[in-house]
Write a protein that binds this ligand. Structure first.
Ligand code: AMP
Length: 279
């Protein structure tokens, strides 16, 4: 496994590779969710590259950039275990050179839900991901359904910019008790963690209701809200049922595939989760 700490070093190592390359972009502090992306990439590509870059431009002034968890040694051990060929860990100054003013923005899809709660977040994501694509030049790039809106935004960017790669979405990996894996879960106190199970519980309740034929958007959102509002430490940012393609909020009965998604705060920790409801 080659660990490249500069873009030039990555490009030199890349030049020595043959066959198809799969990229798994991450912010590090790797867990089983990231591993599942690496495994999928390994199964579908001749070689796998992982980028580890905590991207400052996708964090707002009140976000957790400074305290985002980091553990380089552990991350590299995981990449080695998963048979990764190349790791890209560039310094911030190389990704955002002095005087860089170009950004990538997909427009409306990126200003609702997470984009509304975190203004500028997705512009930071699309800008850094397009730079990572330019450096790594993968045939395929792997993203988690855990960040459903991010996956949609990146698919849109790749399509709109005619990027010569396939964006592959991978299922959300959960703890046995239902909590979606996230690097941010380490912030949770035991009490908060116990109450955070209400997120997946609420989503499962709505999923079961959907399977029973419930389509009323507000009724489905209410099922999720009820479960979370019963937790004294939980503060809901949003619970949304939106059309899968446009992310327009559903009103009345949902008639097409919909994304049920939520963001909830426990103290300073903000968790997101979602399920797809297919008609
Ligand atoms: P992050 O390091 O949080 O930026 O995540 C890097 C990639 O891993 C993104 O494509 C995420 O959607 C994906 N990811 C994070 N958590 C999970 C999870 N629990 N299951 C599947 N993919 C995940």
């Amino acid at each position: 496994m080659h660990v490249a700490r500069t873009v030039a070093d990555f490009r030199a190592a890349h030049a020595a590779l043959t066959g198809t390359l799969g990229l798994v972009p991450t912010m590090g502090y790797l867990h089983e969710g990231h591993r599942s992306l690496m495994r999928r990439a390994r199964a579908e590509c001749d070689a796998v590259a992982v980028s580890i870059f905590v991207n400052p431009t996708q964090f707002g002034p009140n976000d957790d950039f400074d305290r985002y968890p980091r553990d380089e040694e552990h991350d590299l051990a995981i990449c080695r275990e998963e048979g990764v060929s190349l790791v890209l860990m560039p310094p911030v100054e190389e990704i955002y050179p002095e005087g860089a003013t170009t950004t990538v923005s997909v427009g409306p899809l990126s200003t609702t839900l997470e984009g509304a709660a975190r203004p500028g977040h997705f512009d930071g994501v699309t800008t850094v991901v397009s730079k990572l694509f330019a450096i790594v030049q993968p045939e395929r790039a792997y993203f988690g359904q855990k960040d459903a809106q991010q996956l949609m935004v990146i698919r849109r960017m790749s399509r709109d910019l005619l990027l010569p790669l396939e964006v592959v979405g991978c299922p959300t990996v959960r703890e046995p008790d239902g909590l979606a894996l996230s690097s941010r879960n380490v912030y949770l106190s035991p009490e908060e963690r116990a109450q955070a199970l209400s997120l997946s519980r609420g989503l499962r309740r709505a999923e079961a209701a959907w399977a029973d034929g419930v389509r009323d958007a507000e009724a489905l959102r209410a099922l999720v809200r009820e479960e979370i509002e019963a937790q004294p430490l939980a503060r809901i940012d949003y619970v949304s049922l939106a059309e899968q393609g446009s992310l327009a909020e559903c009103a009345g009965p949902a008639t097409r595939d919909a994304l049920l998604s939520l963001a909830v705060r426990f103290g300073k920790t903000r968790l997101i989760d979602n399920v797809l409801l297919a008609v």
